[in-house]
Design a protein around this ligand. Structure first.
Ligand SMILES: Cc1ncc(COP(=O)(O)O)c(C=O)c1O
Length: 386
């Protein structure tokens, strides 16, 4: 990987040391240009006219995403973010009286939906415990499968640490049991190779702005063709109204979309996907994991307590410093133009409670980060905690 060239192609690398890639990463130049040029043309031509003339460009976005994750074009819906994607999948399922099996590291918003489902539909959420390495205990998941299970919904990589859950093993359990499997891949798409067929997931939700380096306000949902159900939120883009008493839902995954969207952002998302594939997901995954290993060990050298768990780990690194709260660490680093974020316990509520996690500093690496930037982060920390 030509890191120097990739950094030269990333204007943000000139102004900040960016370790907030799990929040929103720095977009490369072609992504920025794609979005800006769409907006400029839109202003000249008219929004609908621009979209009409560039229909093929938008179709290409679906094809690019399908290639990225090994799906069919008709199995992809473009939405505003990972939450909408996940939510559209979740609420399309009839979970009345059913059990939902999830992981300890599931995202806070997912738990909101589980608890709402319990209240509204009488479904029951069961959190499958983690094993001693920190990943979901797959044998325990398997043991809990019975006729009442209506969904397995698991977060691939949590927002609060480096763990990557064994999605393929979970998928194998789901397939054998014939239970739908919803994978929250918000932090892994763009970070590691993803193939929905080999993972065995029926639904996959993700966002554009994190590891894919796309624009904010973008995301997508993959739905296996066999699992296409009626969306809870459906407009006349997702369905055709044939008179006052009848409507027909679209045949493909675009039933989960709304009519109105930012086409400029969608076009730029396509550019980001193509960019990631050109760099190569295998290489991206290896570089990110390697940088994160370095960062964890360097952090320990300056007395940080690193909280990441899991057999397999990616680019998210969370830590705390003795005697300094996470917000102060973030602010002090921010004053040096080093971007990190703070993860709150509520973002991963079950895991945080089980492990007694406080607010933590999150430094999430991407392939364009460098060892020199890690040096700078660590030496700044060492100075700031004096
Ligand atoms: C694991 C996980 N799932 C879901 C989300 C929500 O993504 P979005 O903000 O794009 O809706 C996040 C965001 O941080 C996340 O880390």
């Amino acid at each position: 990987m030509d890191v120097a060239a990739l950094r030269a192609d990333t204007p943000g690398c000139e102004t900040v040391v960016h370790f907030n890639n799990a929040g929103s990463s720095l977009p490369p130049r072609p992504v920025i240009e794609s979005q800006i040029s769409w907006i400029s043309e839109e202003a000249r031509l008219g929004g609908y006219e621009m979209a009409e003339r560039n229909q093929e460009r938008i179709e290409e976005v679906y094809r690019s995403i399908a290639r990225l994750i090994g799906a069919e074009t008709g199995e992809v819906a473009l939405v505003e973010n990972a939450t909408v994607a996940w939510w559209q999948a979740f609420h399309s399922l009839d979970l009345r009286g059913k059990t939902i099996l999830t992981s300890e590291v599931d995202y806070g918003s997912n738990f909101v939906a589980y608890l709402q489902a319990e209240r509204r539909t009488g479904s029951r959420v069961e959190v499958v415990p983690s094993d001693s390495s920190g990943q979901i205990a797959v044998d325990e998941l398997e043991r809990r499968i019975d006729g009442s299970v209506g969904l397995i919904a698991v977060t691939h990589m949590p927002t609060n640490g480096g763990l990557i859950n064994p999605a393929d093993e979970i998928g194998a359990v789901a397939r054998t049991a014939g239970v739908p499997f919803l994978l929250d891949a918000c932090q892994t798409v763009g970070q590691i190779p993803i193939d929905v067929g080999s993972l065995g997931c029926d639904f996959l939700s993700t966002t554009g702005r994190k590891y894919l380096r796309g624009p904010r306000g973008t995301g997508f949902l993959y739905v296996n063709r066999r699992r296409l159900a009626e969306p809870a939120l459906l407009d006349s883009h997702g369905a055709t109204v044939h008179g006052p008493d009848h409507f027909q839902v679209r045949g493909d995954a675009r039933r989960f979309e709304m009519f109105e969207a930012s086409y400029a952002a969608r076009a730029a998302l396509g550019t980001a996907v193509d960019y990631a594939m050109a760099v190569g997901l295998e290489a991206i995954g290896e570089r990110i994991a390697g940088l994160a290993v370095t960062l964890r060990s360097r952090l320990r050298e300056v007395g940080a307590r690193v909280h990441d768990v899991g057999k397999r780990r990616g680019g998210i690194v969370t830590f705390t410093m003795e005697g300094m709260d996470a917000r102060t660490v973030k602010d002090r680093l921010g004053a040096r133009s080093i971007n990190v974020s703070v993860v709150r316990p509520s973002s991963t509520p079950v895991d945080s409670r089980r492990r007694g996690l406080p607010e933590m500093v999150r430094a999430s690496v991407h392939y364009y980060n460098t060892e020199q930037e890690i040096d700078l982060l660590v030496s700044s920390l060492a100075e700031d905690v004096q």
